[in-house]
Design a protein around this ligand. Sequence first.
Ligand code: PGA
Length: 287
Amino acid sequence: MRLIRFLQRPPIVDSLLVKLDEKRLMKFYLGTNWKMHRTNTEARQFVAEFLPLVRELDLSSHYLFVIPSFTSIQIVRDAVTASGLPLKVGAQNVHWENGVEATGEISARILADIPVDLVEIGHSERRRKFGETDTDVNRKARAVLDHDLKALICIGESRAEKEQGIGTQALEKQVREGLEGIPRKALSKVMLAYEPTWAIGVAGQPADPSYVQEKHAGIREVLTSMYSAKIAAEVPLLFGGSVNHQNFRSYAEIVNVDGLFVGRAAWDPESFIELIKISRCMNASLS
Ligand code: PGA
C-alpha cells in the first residue's frame, strides 16, 4: 500500500528505491504524548472510553501508541494488556543511568520492568525548559536501546534557527549527535519525530507540508550518510506539531512521513479515533 505513496511523489531519492519493498510494508505510526495533561483518574477514564473504540478498528497497518505521564503508565499498560489490543505504551522521558543515585529520575531498567514499549527522548519542551542537550539525548537513547525498548527521538529546529536559515544544519546536528555511536543493528529500534519547535503547542504555527517534505528528505539523507540507504529507509520518521483533523492528510501523504506524532488533537478519545479513521481511509485508498 505504501508503494503507491512512493510512486505518486516525485522526486524520489534514488537510494531510497533500494528498500521500496520494505517501505511498502512499513506500518503507519500514529501516537500521542499526554505531557502533563492527565491525572490517574483521567487516565482511567481515557482507557475506559478509548479501548472499546479502538477494538472496532482494524489496526493491522498501524503502529498506534500513547505516552502517559510516568504516574499513569502502569494504569494504561494494565488496561491495554488486559484488552489484548495492539496499542503501544510509552514513557515521556528517562534517565541514562542505571544506578540508584539520581533522585527524582526514572531509569530505563524501571521502565523496561513495567514494561513500556517505547520511550520518548528529547521533546522540545525538555530541551527548552530543562536544558537537555544532544549529548543527553544520546545517553538516554543508548540506555533505552540497551534495555531493548524503542527510542522515539524528537528533533526540530527553533524559530530563530529557521529564521537564520540554519534549520537544516540544526537538524543534522541533532540527528548526528543524538545517534552518535549507536550501532546499525540498534537502528531497528529507533524512531525519529521531527517537530519544529515553532509548530508545537497552542502558540504553534502549523508547518507548510512542502517544508516538512524537504526536512524529512534531509533527515533521511543524513541517516543514509551515517548508516546506509537501506537502514535509513527503515527508520520511521514521524512528523509532529499542531497536527489536527484538517491538516492530517496533507502531512500523512508526504513520501518520507511514516507517521504523525500528535498532541492536543489526540488527547480526547473520540478525537484520537477520528484521526485513526482518517489515516485508515488514506491507507485503504492507496492499497
Ligand atoms: P501539538 O503537540 O500537536 O499539541 O502541537 C505536539 C507535541 O508536543 O509533540
